[in-house]
Design a protein around this ligand. Structure first.
Ligand code: FES
Length: 206
């Protein structure tokens, strides 16, 4: 115990308490000054929408100019046709006197019948001409003066020269091809100008 007694202890106690309080105060202030500061963090929500629109407009213009020079070579095809061919003169003919000749490469017979005939020419309309190929199987016909008929020696078909070559008797079922004739009154010439039917044995008369 000191001489001052309880007074001295009390002063020490007060001094120590004051120092403590002061320390606390300083500590508080210091701590406050250094304490981390809470900050309000601003939260930003960014929404970004990117819309990209690409519009491509393409216009293509093509201008083409063509200049063509074309040479066309045409070959004219001459269609075959019947020829006009003199086959006799009226002075060469007489009744019962047939004339065998050819027209367009085919054998024919020219007749003066002494009576008008279908397709006949001349002053009396009695001159006719026919293919000599039988329409049955191509036999060579002869003229039967007595009956004024064209006769096939193979199977004896008979044709009437006054009636356009009609079959009278026999196997043949088709008319004889008749030669189309023209007559020149000035000269008496007789011209063949065509056939009226297909000649036996060919695909074309031309
Ligand atoms: S070939 Fe003429 S009738 Fe047969």
């Amino acid at each position: 115990m000191s001489d001052q007694g309880p007074d001295l202890d009390r002063r020490r106690f007060l001094a120590v308490s004051a120092a403590g309080i002061l320390g606390l105060a300083v500590g508080y202030l210091t701590g406050r000054a250094t304490a981390p500061v809470e900050r309000v963090v601003e939260t930003k929500t960014e929404t970004s929408t990117v819309t990209e629109t690409n519009t491509v407009t393409s216009t293509v213009t093509r201008a083409t100019t063509e200049t063509a020079t074309r040479t066309v070579t045409e070959t004219l095809r001459v269609e075959p046709r019947y020829e006009r061919v003199k086959i006799a003169n009226i002075r060469d003919l007489a009744e019962g006197k047939p004339l065998n000749t050819s027209y367009m490469g085919k054998p024919i017979i020219v007749l003066k019948l002494g009576e008008p005939a279908v397709g006949g020419v001349g002053p009396d309309g009695d001159i006719v001409a026919f293919s000599t190929f039988c329409t049955h199987m191509g036999g060579s016909l002869f003229y039967d003066e007595k009956n004024k008929a064209l006769v096939c020696p193979l199977h004896y078909s008979i044709f009437d020269p006054a009636r356009e070559g009609m079959t009278v008797v026999g196997h043949a079922t088709e008319y004889l091809p008749q030669v189309l004739l023209e007559y020149d009154e000035a000269t008496g010439d007789i011209y063949a100008v065509g056939f009226n039917r297909l000649v036996y044995g060919v695909h074309s008369n031309l």
